[in-house]
Write a protein that binds this ligand. Structure first.
Ligand SMILES: C[S@@+](CC[C@H](N)C(=O)[O-])C[C@H]1O[C@@H](n2cnc3c(N)ncnc32)[C@H](O)[C@@H]1O
Length: 211
């Protein structure tokens, strides 16, 4: 899927990955980081996880291609924002919360020094060739020793194609060898209908965290 495909999914309301109650893995396993930790949330959609992290006292920055997703996030959560248009990305800053969403291509985003990464639905949204580029870019945005939580999926990629893609454990260790799997649960009920239609019966959601 390219940028137009993703924007098209938002225009058509085909956003089956969206979790209205937020991600259970995040809520169960997010560590007690200090309040002003600056958390990077790549490819954030309009996830309630953004708000959950901000309400924990963290400073949250998300990056999302779709203007519909970004605006829906603020409107649906009744959060006032200020918009500053940029050359590559537009910046939407919440007025009463430490939360900023940049609307545009993640690979054009150039921040630095983030203390933590929260990735749900980002790495798994990308095909293998783009995943390497995504990890390199993300590493450049994080400070050394930053905390990282990544939510991934595992299933038989030979049965059905992504997105969302299956990302094997060896691939995760190849990116960061200090990540450990802190939870692994059945996710067949939450997966795209095309997975079940293709005959998949085993889909797992894994939560990885830096040790
Ligand atoms: C599978 S969704 C996950 C959204 C969110 N993380 C969640 O858990 O609900 C992937 C999101 O990434 C966005 N996206 C895809 N490519 C992107 C890119 N290059 N830069 C920024 N956002 C991108 C899509 O528009 C989509 O909202």
């Amino acid at each position: 899927m390219d940028a137009e495909d993703w924007r098209g999914r938002w225009t058509e309301g085909r956003t089956g990955w969206h979790e209205p109650e937020g991600n259970a893995g995040l809520q169960a396993a997010w560590p007690p980081l200090t309040d002003n930790t600056h958390v990077l949330v790549p490819l954030c959609g309009k996830s309630p996880d953004l708000l959950w992290l901000a309400k924990r006292g963290h400073e949250v920055t998300g990056i999302e291609l779709s203007k519909i997703a970004v605006r829906d996030f603020f409107v649906e959560n009744a959060i006032k924002y200020k918009l500053v248009k940029g050359d590559c990305l537009d910046c939407y800053s919440a007025v009463d919360l430490p939360l900023t969403l940049y609307c545009g291509d993640y690979f054009e985003y150039s921040g630095s020094g983030f203390d933590a990464l929260y990735d749900r639905g980002a790495l798994v949204a990308l095909p293998p060739d783009l995943r390497e580029r995504y990890i390199e870019h993300t590493k450049n945005l994080l400070r050394p020793g930053a905390s990282r939580m990544i939510v991934t999926l595992e299933y038989d990629q030979a049965v059905v194609s992504g997105p969302p893609f299956s990302v094997p454990a060896e691939e995760i260790s190849g990116y960061w060898d200090d990540l450990v799997c802190v939870s692994k649960k059945d996710d067949i009920d939450n997966c795209p209908p095309k997975f079940r239609a293709a005959g998949l019966t085993d889909v797992k959601e894994l939560v990885w965290f830096s040790a």
